[in-house]
Ligand binder design. Structure first.
Ligand SMILES: Nc1ncnc2c1ncn2[C@@H]1O[C@H](COP(=O)(O)OP(=O)(O)OP(=O)(O)O)[C@@H](O)[C@H]1O
Ligand SMILES: [Mg+2]
Length: 255
C-alpha cells in the first residue's frame, strides 16, 4: 500500500465529518472515493494533503507516519491535489500557473533564482519546458500564453490537473476533476488518468459520475455521513445494498 488511512476522524465543532475512516490505496492504482454530498470526501482529501488536521487517526505514506505534517511537507513527499472549487491564479497565464505548481517543490533556493544567476536561469528554462509538456499532455498546449481567467470551465479543471502534475507527485488526489465537463472532454481526462496510472502514479479520484468512476478505478471506497460503507472492486461495490440505498434514484451517465 502506498497510503494507509487508519481510523481518521474529523469533527467540525459538534459535527462529525469523518468517523474512523480506514482504507488503503495500492501503489499505482486508481482508487475511487464516492459518496453523496456532504459525505466527507473533500474533508478527507484536505486531511490527506495536510491542509486540515485530523481530530484523530493516522496516515502512513510509504510506511511513513504523516498525519501531523503540514501541507508543504506532505507536498514535498510527493502528494499533489486538485481543488473541487478550482484554485488557479486567474491573471497568470496557463504556463505560469503550471510553473507555480513546480515551484511548490522546487529544489533550488530562492535567492539565486530571484537574481537570475545562470544556474538558476537554466533551471527556470527546464521548468518552462516541462510545464509546457504537461500543458500539452492535458490538451492545453495551445493555451500556454493565455491568462487562466479566459479559459472555459472544463479547461480550468484541466489546468488544475496540470498544476498538480507539475510537482511530479507519486500520489495525486483529484477532487471531482470532470465536474461540469462535456462528454468528449471527460473522455480525454479519463485517458489521461489511465496513462498516469500506467506510468506508476497512484491516484485517488473523487467523482460523482458513477460510470466514470466504475470504468477507471480498480478499487472504490464509499463514504456516507462520514463513515466508510465499503471498499472493494467496482462490480462488488455497485451491488452492495447500502451503496444502492445511498444512491437510490441516482442515474449518473457520461453527460
Ligand atoms: N471547514 C468546515 N467547517 C465546518 N463544517 C465543514 C467544513 N468543511 C466541511 N464541513 C462539513 O463536513 C461535512 C463533509 O463535507 P465535505 O465537503 O467533506 O463533503 P463532500 O463529500 O466533499 O461533499 P460534496 O460531494 O458536496 O463535495 C459537511 O457536512 C460539511 O458541511
Ligand atoms: Mg467535496
Amino acid at each position: 500500500m502506498l497510503l494507509e488511512i487508519n481510523q481518521i476522524t474529523r469533527y467540525f465543532g459538534g459535527l462529525c465529518a469523518l468517523a474512523h475512516v480506514s482504507f488503503g490505496i495500492e501503489s499505482g492504482s486508481v482508487h475511487g472515493l464516492i459518496g453523496p454530498n456532504g459525505a466527507g470526501k473533500t474533508t478527507l482529501i484536505n486531511i490527506l494533503s495536510g491542509i486540515t488536521p485530523a481530530t484523530s487517526g493516522n496516515l502512513r505514506l510509504g510506511g511513513r507516519q504523516i498525519e501531523t505534517f503540514p501541507a508543504h511537507k506532505v507536498a514535498a513527499l510527493g502528494v499533489a491535489r486538485t481543488f473541487q472549487n478550482i484554485r488557479l491564479f486567474p491573471a497568470l497565464t496557463c504556463l505560469e500557473n503550471v510553473i507555480a505548481g513546480q515551484h511548490l517543490v522546487a529544489s533550488r533556493p530562492l535567492l539565486p533564482r530571484l537574481m537570475c544567476l545562470p544556474g538558476a536561469r537554466r533551471q527556470e528554462e527546464t521548468y518552462q519546458k516541462q510545464s509546457l509538456e504537461i500543458l500539452v499532455r492535458v490538451g492545453l498546449g495551445d493555451r500556454a500564453n493565455l491568462p487562466a481567467q479566459h479559459l472555459s470551465y472544463g479547461e480550468r479543471r484541466r489546468l488544475e490537473i496540470a498544476r498538480a502534475l507539475a510537482s511530479r507527485p507519486r500520489l495525486l488526489l483529484l477532487d471531482e476533476p470532470v465536474a461540469g465537463m462535456r462528454r468528449q472532454e471527460m473522455l480525454g481526462v479519463a485517458e489521461l488518468i489511465r496513462s498516469l496510472a500506467n506510468e506508476g502514479m497512484t491516484i485517488l479520484l473523487i467523482e460523482h459520475n458513477m460510470a466514470f468512476v466504475m470504468e477507471l478505478c480498480s478499487q472504490i471506497t464509499v463514504l456516507n455521513f462520514g463513515s466508510v460503507i465499503t471498499t472493494g472492486r467496482p462490480a462488488d461495490v455497485g451491488m452492495h445494498p447500502e451503496v444502492i440505498e445511498a444512491y437510490l434514484g441516482k442515474t449518473d451517465h457520461y453527460a
